[in-house]
Ligand binder design. Structure first.
Ligand code: TYM
Length: 329
């Protein structure tokens, strides 16, 4: 099991948590799990060095606050394991230019930035992600829906490598929970909640002041109807709120529809604001506690990197040998 998350913009948002990190926490109990903060991926768009350093710690602290336990999983920073970039080069040499150009995340981001501002790193971003996954010979990758295409590419490259050189990699599956695969923007529930696309009002930042969080939920865009019912197409705003409620409380959507029958949207929003702030408040506190002790945090990440490197180095040596590189004596 392997997954990663970008350290950009300081705080994770509720989509990151419900779509991915929540599953990471559950899966560390049953799987040999590798989780990382993908600082190398972060520099595919410009980053302030001091902020990137700080944000990497904030990201790691949030993962611990969410429930990752370094005794149960391997938690590290991507840049601490140089084998990822080394394997990435091999992956790039097995990936068609057209294949990479078809990646919708690249197309979307580069269209926004314009060719002169789009880096080659953004273009080869998926190859690094393929390497991230293959270097641990991962079988499953817990992610949100927006990463599905990158997972498809990973499967293609794993198969290509295996058939060209001999069986080396399992063909990994995306582990995507249907209910939380895509959490939507509170202000525009037709699009996913996303740091790069949403307005601040549309995103629930996990490190926001609880007051701010409550306000954002109460001003979420809904519809002109009054019935609380899950209907992704006709009632995207209400459906999104029901999904968040259901996931955080463990109540089924059907039960919620019954509970709120005859009640207005205000009741749902007030309850949900309380549920989310009750979750977020201790989460913020725990994150701060980890950040207050950076030495311990850094030691923990160093230990994670050491464990990860042992596995990554073995895979890389195998790949180098199969590709035909003469071993260094
Ligand atoms: P990133 O940092 O954009 O997002 C981290 C995780 O959160 C999920 N996610 C969402 N899920 C549901 N609803 C949303 N609105 C939402 N927004 C984000 C993402 O799908 C992701 O699982 N390229 C990856 C990081 C990465 C990676 C990897 C992941 C690098 N290497 C190897 C898996 C395996 C990314 O940028 O995620």
């Amino acid at each position: 099991m392997l997954s990663g998350i970008q350290p950009t913009a300081g705080s994770f948002h509720l989509g990151n948590y419900l779509g991915a990190v929540r599953q990471w926490v559950a899966l560390q109990e049953s799987h040999d799990a590798y989780y990382m903060v993908v600082d190398l991926h972060a520099i595919t768009v410009p980053q302030d060095p001091a902020e990137l350093r700080a944000n990497s710690r904030v990201a790691a602290a949030q993962l611990l606050a969410a429930g990752l336990d370094p005794e149960r999983c391997t938690l590290f920073l991507q840049s601490h394991v140089p084998e990822h970039t080394q394997l990435s080069w091999v992956v790039e040499c097995l990936t068609g230019f057209g294949e990479a150009a078809r990646m919708t995340q690249f197309k979307d981001k580069s269209a926004k930035q314009g060719t002169d501002h789009t880096t080659v790193g953004l273009f080869t971003y998926p190859a690094l992600m393929v390497a991230d996954i293959l270097i641990y010979r991962a079988h499953q990758v817990p992610v949100g829906e927006d990463q599905r295409q990158h997972l498809e590419l990973t499967r293609t490259i794993a198969e290509r490598f295996n058939s060209r050189f001999s069986h080396t990699f399992p063909v990994p599956d995306a582990y995507i929970l249907k209910e939380t695969a895509k959490i939507y923007d509170l202000q525009d529930p037709e699009v996913k909640m996303s740091k790069s696309a949403s307005t601040p009002k549309g995103i629930i930042d996990l490190l926001d002041e609880p007051k701010t969080t409550a306000k954002k939920i109460k001003s979420a865009v809904t519809d002109t109807d009054t019935v609380i019912r899950f209907d992704r197409d006709k009632k995207p705003g209400i459906s999104n709120l029901l999904t968040i409620h259901s996931t955080l409380t463990g109540t089924t959507v059907e039960e919620l529809e019954e509970r709120y029958a005859g009640k207005g949207y205000g009741a749902l929003k007030t309850d949900l604001a309380e549920i989310v702030t009750d979750w977020v408040t201790p989460f913020r506190q725990r994150t701060q506690e980890f950040l207050d002790d950076p030495a311990t945090l850094d030691t923990l990440l160093a230990r994670g990197a050491e464990k990860a490197r042992a596995v990554a180095a073995e895979t890389l040596a195998d790949v180098y040998e199969k590709v035909g590189f003469l071993p260094a004596k």
